[in-house]
Every structure is written in structure tokens, then in C-alpha cells.
Design a binder for this molecule. Structure first.
Ligand SMILES: [Zn+2]
Length: 66
């Protein structure tokens, strides 16, 4: 892989733009739902991710369609 290719590979696309389904705010953050363990890696729990809107406090799971 050339340097050029490597750079564009690393840039990639991070997280798609996430907006609150309720108030359409982009002021959201991804947090771990500590009540939902989805897997264990080397005995370390992996928590389900959820998105919290900092404007209206609405919470939802990014991988679940309503
Ligand atoms: Zn919101």
C-alpha cells in the first residue's frame, strides 16, 4: 500500500452524522449502557452503546430501528 493510499484509508469515514430523532439536535453523545452487556472480551464486559441527546435528554440505540 502506497503512502497516498494509506492516508486515505486512515481518514476513512468516522461515525455517520447522528441527530436526535426527537428534536433533530446534533448535540448528542455516545455512551455505554452499563445495564446491557452484549459480550465479553478477555473477561472485560462490552456494553451496548446508546446515544443521548444533550438538548432534550432523549436516549436511543443507534443500531435499533424504531
Ligand atoms: Zn433531542
Amino acid at each position: 500500500m502506497s503512502q497516498e493510499e494509506n492516508r486515505s484509508f486512515l481518514k476513512g469515514e468516522k461515525m455517520a452524522r447522528v441527530e436526535c430523532p426527537k428534536c433533530k439536535s446534533l448535540n448528542v453523545k455516545e455512551v455505554e449502557d452499563k445495564s446491557k452487556v452484549i459480550a465479553y472480551f478477555n473477561h472485560v464486559p462490552v456494553y451496548k452503546k446508546k446515544i443521548v441527546c444533550k438538548d432534550c435528554t432523549y436516549e436511543w440505540y443507534p443500531d435499533e430501528k424504531e
